[in-house]
Design a protein around this ligand. Structure first.
Ligand SMILES: [Ca+2]
Length: 688
């Protein structure tokens, strides 16, 4: 990193702000799930010399906040300067379940800058809705980006050799390297080749790192611990991203653009690793500080006096109005902006005054920040989440993971682990998906949410209690009441403007899915096709759309029933999970041979996967094997654990063969013990 030092040594040019003839370029760098105590300059354990230098030469905020404690809503606020619910984004978006997306009517930073003569480009994760799963969602191009190289959400299968990138809507295919480096490669190549000379540019780089599933080069990970240590890999992804940003900064300098570029760095929410929130309470997903207090660095050599640490509370909600202030352009007309213009603070050219308190919303709760105080208020809207059922599912997952639990957790608590990355165990992963679906926001809940008023409150004084341990609402009733009234007015204003989305249970197909959607073996139309393959595909598609199966499960079931389809589907090369299944060779032998093959596996996970797959195939009726013979083979398994996998696979197979008849078949099993367990498993699959 020594080569970077000279970059930061040029003297501050005359006068701060507004004096440039040439409008400044803008680069926003957003990382995914990085916590308050990750970066070197924020007292974290990761070596981040590039960001440390940007912070040292710019303004480093100590009290900076993402727009929400989770991805999609935070990103909606980042681009619009508005509370995400006003923009249509209530919660994390999954197109499979949701119609919601960043509404096309919103004015984004990209549109604003484009209207003011900027060339605009987006690189990396999007997660604001894409035209996949039959949705008719706008793309980054519809939100003001001339060029985009992006992702619906994750890079798949991890940060290493990602497969999910799209370039201007076209699938790119598997790429070699790490996501952060590829995102920067593309940005550099855009700078070198795509932009027309002369006009200022806006680059929006939204990195995947350090969101799970994680991967970083061994030589970097080894600086933080063992190569299989999750915390070390996590740190490695942040270090790797710092190096990638270093390459971009170096290129800007080479192009002579660095000093007149506003560079903004932040994270979309807190870390999923509690220790990386430092002394803050909560982490990703929480409305406590650990969920949304994140690094915030703003650098502009020519326009912002640097070398400052700023304690004023601020956040990514302020970015759009701040860019308007710094560049000297008009804010979008007729739009309520929740953020304030930080330019007077940054350029030291006047007094900064926030026009409305910072606040965050999630589920049916709201948090507002005024001075040193944070007020928590829960809405009277009734939550649709069945927490008892959720707890039961969590316990089931714990049981299924058994002895593998510690390894799977990798130092995280179970609940956090369940919301961050797949589980390397088919039954546990199925249960995890079921649990996750329970927590997904349901658009059908919006009318109830809109009816809700603010109810119970908690009050914390951050000046004395940064860890938010002591609720002082009862000690300071007048303050609590006054703040609650203020919060209630904001709450009403947001929900009055927030759009309603029709429930997504009946997907409306108005546009072909984009090329990144794993091409499912699905038929369209409502008529039941006569072809058994198409019929099964249609049934599976319905179950996936209804959230009863994951895509991976549906693909596995389809192949279990029609193994001859492997070659054809392999050629499509559209699903990493499918490729993995095929490469495993589990479907390449006859059903009973596959069982024998599975039992030769010593690795417990591989053995379980293979047994599940083999019995799935048998249950799906491959080779016309009678159910009695399948049960006999299952009974002959001596290990209880093996039988569990077999039962799970068989239930899969039965449901795949004919979801309607699966229960009947299961009930026809003569051996009582197995019958009960298969029936229970089948029932869970068809009525989650
Ligand atoms: Ca995130």
């Amino acid at each position: 990193m020594k080569c970077l030092l000279p970059l930061f040594c040029s003297p501050l040019l005359a006068g701060a702000g507004f004096a440039q003839d040439q409008k400044p370029n803008v680069i926003t760098l957003l990382v995914d799930d990085l916590g308050y105590r990750d970066l070197g300059c924020y007292g974290g354990p990761v070596k981040t010399p590039v960001l440390d230098h940007l912070a040292a030469e710019g303004v480093r905020f100590t009290d900076f906040h993402s727009g929400a404690p989770t991805c999609s809503p935070s990103r909606a606020t980042f681009l619009t300067g508005r509370q995400h619910r006003r923009t249509g984004v209530y919660s994390v978006i999954t197109e499979r379940l949701h119609r919601m997306h960043l509404q096309e009517s919103e004015t984004t930073i990209a549109e604003l800058l484009k209207d003011n003569g900027y060339a605009t480009a987006h690189f990396g994760k999007w997660h604001l809705g894409m035209p996949v799963h039959g949705r008719d969602n706008p793309t980054p191009a519809d939100h003001g980006f001339d060029y985009w190289f992006g992702l619906v959400n994750g890079p798949g299968p991890s940060h290493r050799n990602p497969t999910q990138f799209l370039r201007n809507g076209e699938r790119v295919g598997e790429m070699k390297g790490y996501s952060c480096q590829l995102v920067v490669d593309e940005a550099i190549s855009w700078l070198d080749q795509e932009r027309e000379g002369g006009e200022p540019f806006f680059l929006n780089l939204w990195f995947n790192e350090p969101h799970a599933p994680i991967a970083a080069p061994d030589e970097i990970v080894s600086q933080y611990g063992a190569l299989n240590n999750q915390a070390a890999i996590y740190s490695g992804t942040i270090d790797n991203t710092d190096r990638a940003i270093g390459r971009l900064v170096a290129r800007l300098e080479k192009l002579g653009e660095l000093n007149n570029t506003i560079i903004i760095y932040s994270s979309d929410n807190g870390s999923y690793r509690q220790e990386r929130s430092g002394e803050l309470r909560g982490k990703k997903g929480s409305l406590f500080e650990g969920g949304h207090r994140v690094p915030g660095i703003i650098y502009w050599k020519d326009g912002i006096p640097g070398g400052r640490v700023e304690d004023e509370p601020a956040g990514s909600v302020d970015l759009l109005p701040t860019l308007c202030g710094l560049i000297g352009i008009e804010k979008p007309a007729g739009v309520h902006l929740d953020g304030s213009d930080l330019a007077p603070l940054l350029t030291q050219s006047g007094n900064f005054k926030r026009h409305q308190p910072l606040f965050w919303m999630g589920g049916s709760s709201m948090v507002m920040r005024v001075g040193d105080h944070t007020l928590f208020a829960s809405s009277t809207a009734k939550s649709p989440i069945d927490s008892k059922a959720a707890n039961q599912l969590t316990e089931q997952i714990r049981e299924v993971l058994g002895d593998d639990l510690e390894e799977v957790l990798g130092g995280m608590d179970l609940r956090s682990r369940l919301f961050n990355g797949k589980l390397p165990h088919p039954e546990a992963e199925r249960l995890r998906n079921q649990l996750r679906d329970m927590y997904y926001f349901r658009e059908s809940w919006i009318p109830e949410l809109k009816k809700g008023e603010l109810g119970r409150v908690q009050l914390y004084d951050l000046s004395k209690d940064l860890g938010q341990q002591k609720d002082i609402a009862k000690e300071r009733p007048q303050l609590a009441d006054r703040l609650k009234e203020q919060a209630a007015a904001i709450h009403r204003s947001v929900l009055a403007e927030a759009p309603e989305w029709p429930s997504a249970g009946e997907p409306k197909v108005t546009k072909s899915p984009a090329t990144n959607s794993p091409r499912q073996p699905a038929a369209t139309g409502t008529k039941t096709p006569a072809d058994p393959k198409k019929a099964m595909a249609a049934t599976l598609k319905t179950m996936v759309d209804a959230g009863k199966l994951t895509e991976k499960e549906s693909m596995g079931l389809y192949l279990a029933a029609f193994p001859e389809e492997e070659e054809r589907l392999k050629k499509l090369r559209t699903s990493e999970d499918l490729a993995k299944l095929i490469q495993s060779g589990k479907f390449d032998s006859a059903p009973f041979e596959a069982v024998d093959l599975a039992l030769k596996q010593e690795n417990p996970k591989a053995r379980g996967d293979a047994l599940s797959a083999a019995f799935g195939r048998l249950g799906g009726g491959v080779g016309g094997v009678q159910l009695d013979a399948v049960i006999a083979r299952m009974e002959s398994l001596s290990e209880a654990r093996d039988r569990d996998f077999a039962i799970n696979g068989l239930a899969h197979g039965l449901v795949s063969k004919d979801p309607e008849a699966a229960l009947k078949w299961a009930k026809a099993i003569s051996e009582e013990g197995f019958r009960n367990r298969v029936v229970e498993n089948v029932t869970r699959r068809i009525k989650p």
